[in-house]
Design a protein around this ligand. Structure first.
Ligand SMILES: CC(=O)N[C@H]1[C@@H](OP(=O)(O)O)O[C@H](CO)[C@@H](O)[C@@H]1O
Ligand SMILES: [Mg+2]
Length: 584
C-alpha cells in the first residue's frame, strides 16, 4: 500500500459519513460510470459520489498548479428526482477524457478504505503534489436535492484541503463561463468579469454591438423548462437593449420541483415534436425552449392547422455558419480563416447537403456527444458545432481571434463586417453550448438577415426521418467501426451487412445503429426521401437488431418498457403528423 498522506487519512475518516449505496435488497453495490453526461442518476444515490468528485476535482486543480476547476450539479432535462454532476476543466471545457476513469474508479470504491487507496493511487500515478493549492468553484441547478449534494461535495473538498467558492444556483454554461473567467483574469485579454453579473454584462454588451447595424425589432417567447434558465433569463433581460428584442418568458416556475422539465423544455419539444403544454402562441410566432440547465436551445413555431415546425440544432448551425461565413468574406478574411461545421450522424441529410452545396463549407462528422464535436470544432479557426438536439456553440481559435482583432479594413462595408465578427466572439460562449448566448446569437442573425421563422425554415426541407430506441439484453455487444463516427457497426457480426442491403432499397436512404452512451439501449436512425420508406426501413432495422442478439429482446423492467412505448408512440405521432402535412 502507498504511504498515506494527511489528506488520505482525512478521506478515510470523512468518507464514513457518505457510504456507498447498495441495491434495494441491500446486498449488491451499484456500479457507476462517469460518462458523456458526467454522473447522472436518482439523486439519492449521489451524495457518496459527490464526496469522491470533490476529491478528484482537487487533484485536477493540483495537477494544473492550482488553476480553478468547476463542478456543476445538474441533471439537465431529466426529471426533478434525478441529479448529476460534471467536472469542468480550466478553460471551461468538459473534463479531459483520460480522467473519466479516475472519476469512475473513485465512485466504485466500496468503502472508506478503498476510497482512500484509490485517492493515494491516483496521486501517485498522476504525480499529484498535495502541497500545491487546489481551487474549486461549483454551482447547482434548481433541483432541491442539490443542497445535500453540495454538503457532500464540500466534505470531499475539505478532506483533501481544497479551497472553494459556492456560486449557488446557476445555469451550466454560466459555471463554465466563471471557470474560464477565473483562470484568465490575469491574462492580457481576460475572458470576462468573474461574477454572474459579469456574464450578463458581457453578453448584453456584445449583443448591443452586434445589433447596432440592424434596425429589426423582434419578439420571442421562451419556454424555460421551469428550470434555472427562467430566473437567469429574466436577469439577462434587465441588461439587454429593450428596443431590439422583446422576450416573453414562460415556464419559469421554479418553486415546485415537479414542474421541472415536465411537458415543456427543449428535450420535450424535440422528442415529442410539439409545443410545450399550455402553449398559446399564434401561428408563426417565434418560440424557443431551453432545457433544465439552459445549455440546449431549440426554436419552433406553429403554422395554421396547427402544424408544428421545429428549428433544431442542425438549422441553428446552418443559420449561424452561413452568417459567419458571409462576415468572414465581407471583411476580407476569406483566405486567412478556415471555417468548418461539425455534425454527428444524427444531423439530417438535407442539412449536410446544404452546408456542402450552398454554404460550400467543409463538414466534419464526429461520434455523438458534445466532447467529440467540441474537440473537432477546436481544430479549426472557426468551428461551428450543434447537435440536432440543440446543444452547440461556435469556437474561435486563438489565431482566428488575433487575426480578427488586428485586421485593418479597406472600406466601410468591411468595417461593419469585422465589427460584427468581433462582437460575435464575445456574444458566443466559447466554453460550452449555452442556450442564453445561443438565443441572442440566433436573434442577431435573424435580425441581420431580416428573416422570419418561416424564411429560416424555408432554407431547406428536412428528409423524413425517424429515431427509435431498442432495448437489448446487452448493448455492449453493439460496437462501431473506429473512424466511422459510429455510422457502421463492427459487431454483432453480419448486422451491418444486412442494414447496408436494406438501405439500398430506398431513395436517399440512410440508416445506422449504435449503442447509446447515456441509456441502456441501442438507437436506430433512419432517413429517406419518403416518410413511408423511413418507417419501413427503421421497422426492419429494429427487427434485425432484435434477431442479432442471441436471447432476442428482453425489456429490463416495466418502467423501461413504458419509456420505450411512450417514446415510440411519440415518434409515430410525429410520423403521422408529417404524413398529414404532406397531404396538404
Ligand atoms: C441521439 C441523441 O440525441 N443522443 C444524445 C444522447 O446520447 P446517446 O449516446 O445517444 O444516448 O445524450 C447525449 C448527452 O446528453 C447527447 O449529447 C446526444 O445527442
Ligand atoms: Mg442540458
Amino acid at each position: 500500500m502507498a504511504t498515506s498522506s494527511e489528506y488520505a487519512q482525512a478521506v478515510l475518516q470523512a468518507a464514513e459519513a457518505w457510504p456507498r449505496p447498495r441495491s434495494e435488497d441491500g446486498k449488491e453495490y451499484k456500479e457507476f460510470t462517469y460518462g458523456t453526461a458526467g454522473f447522472r442518476m436518482k439523486a439519492e444515490l449521489l451524495p457518496y459520489i459527490m464526496f469522491g468528485v470533490g476529491m478528484l476535482s482537487a487533484n485536477r486543480s493540483r495537477k494544473y498548479s492550482g488553476k480553478t476547476i468547476g463542478v456543476m450539479i445538474t441533471a439537465s432535462h431529466n426529471p426533478a428526482e434525478d441529479n448529476g454532476v460534471k467536472i469542468v476543466d480550466p478553460m471551461g471545457e468538459m473534463l479531459e477524457q483520460d480522467w473519466e476513469q479516475w472519476a469512475t474508479g473513485f465512485s466504485n470504491a466500496k468503502d472508506p478504505t478503498q476510497l482512500r487507496n484509490a485517492y493515494v493511487h491516483c496521486c501517485q500515478q498522476l504525480h499529484i503534489d498535495e502541497k500545491r493549492p487546489a481551487n474549486i468553484i461549483f454551482a447547482r441547478d434548481t433541483r432541491p436535492s442539490g443542497e445535500k449534494l453540495v454538503t457532500a461535495l464540500k466534505a470531499g473538498l475539505d478532506a483533501v484541503g481544497a479551497k472553494y467558492i459556492d456560486y449557488g444556483i446557476l445555469t451550466t454554461p454560466q459555471l463554465h463561463y466563471l471557470v474560464r473567467a477565473t483562470n484568465t483574469q490575469d491574462l492580457p485579454i481576460p475572458y470576462g468579469e468573474v461574477s454572474e453579473e459579469g456574464y450578463y454584462k458581457k453578453l448584453a454588451t456584445a449583443f448591443a454591438e452586434v445589433m447596432k447595424f440592424s434596425k429589426a425589432e423582434s419578439q420571442i417567447t421562451i419556454d424555460c423548462a421551469n428550470g434555472v434558465g427562467g430566473p437567469k433569463l429574466r436577469e439577462l433581460i434587465k441588461h439587454l437593449p429593450a428596443d431590439k428584442l422583446k422576450i416573453n418568458v414562460v415556464n419559469d416556475r421554479i418553486n415546485d420541483p415537479k414542474e421541472l422539465n415536465y411537458r415543456c423544455g427543449a428535450d420535450f419539444v424535440k422528442v415529442n415534436q410539439r409545443t410545450p403544454e399550455g402553449f398559446n402562441g399564434r401561428p408563426f410566432d417565434r418560440c424557443a425552449s431551453l432545457d433544465g440547465d439552459a445549455d440546449r436551445l431549440v426554436y419552433y413555431f406553429n403554422e395554421e392547422g396547427p402544424v408544428f415546425r421545429l428549428l433544431d440544432g442542425d438549422r441553428i448551425a446552418i443559420l449561424v455558419a452561413g452568417f459567419i461565413g458571409d462576415l468572414v468574406r465581407k471583411s476580407g478574411l476569406a483566405d486567412k480563416i478556415d471555417l468548418a461545421v461539425v455534425q454527428t450522424a444524427y444531423a439530417n441529410g438535407s442539412s449536410t447537403k446544404y452546408i456542402e452545396q450552398v454554404l460550400k463549407l467543409p463538414i466534419e462528422c464526429t461520434s455523438t456527444g458534445v466532447k467529440h464535436l467540441h474537440h473537432a470544432a477546436a481544430r479549426h479557426d472557426i468551428g461551428v458545432y450543434f447537435e440536432a438536439n440543440g446543444h452547440g456553440t461556435v469556437l474561435f481559435s486563438d489565431r482566428a481571434m488575433k487575426v480578427i482583432r488586428k485586421h485593418e479594413v479597406q472600406s466601410p462595408a468591411q468595417m461593419e463586417a469585422i465589427e460584427t465578427l468581433r462582437a460575435l466572439i464575445d456574444l458566443i460562449n466559447q466554453t460550452v453550448g449555452d442556450a442564453l448566448s445561443d438565443m441572442l446569437l440566433v436573434e442577431a442573425v435573424l435580425a441581420h438577415k431580416e428573416y422570419t421563422v418561416r424564411e429560416w425554415l424555408a432554407m431547406y426541407t428536412d428528409l423524413p426521418n425517424k429515431l427509435a430506441k431498442v432495448l437489448v439484453p446487452n448493448r455492449a455487444l453493439f460496437t462501431s467501426v473506429p473512424g466511422t463516427a459510429e455510422r457502421k457497426l463492427a459487431t454483432p457480426e453480419n448486422l451491418q451487412g444486412k442494414i447496408d442491403q436494406l438501405v439500398e432499397k430506398y431513395r436517399d436512404g440512410r440508416c445506422f445503429v449504435r449503442a447509446s452512451g447515456t441509456e441502456d439501449a441501442v438507437r436506430v436512425y433512419g432517413e429517406a426521401a419518403e416518410a413511408f420508406d423511413v418507417d419501413d426501413m427503421v421497422t426492419k432495422a429494429h427487427e434485425y437488431i432484435l434477431n442479432s442478439t442471441a436471447e432476442g429482446s428482453s425489456y429490463g423492467n416495466k418502467d423501461d418498457q413504458k419509456a420505450v412505448d411512450d417514446y415510440n408512440e411519440a415518434i409515430h405521432e410525429k410520423a403521422d403528423a408529417e404524413k398529414e402535412q404532406q397531404k396538404h
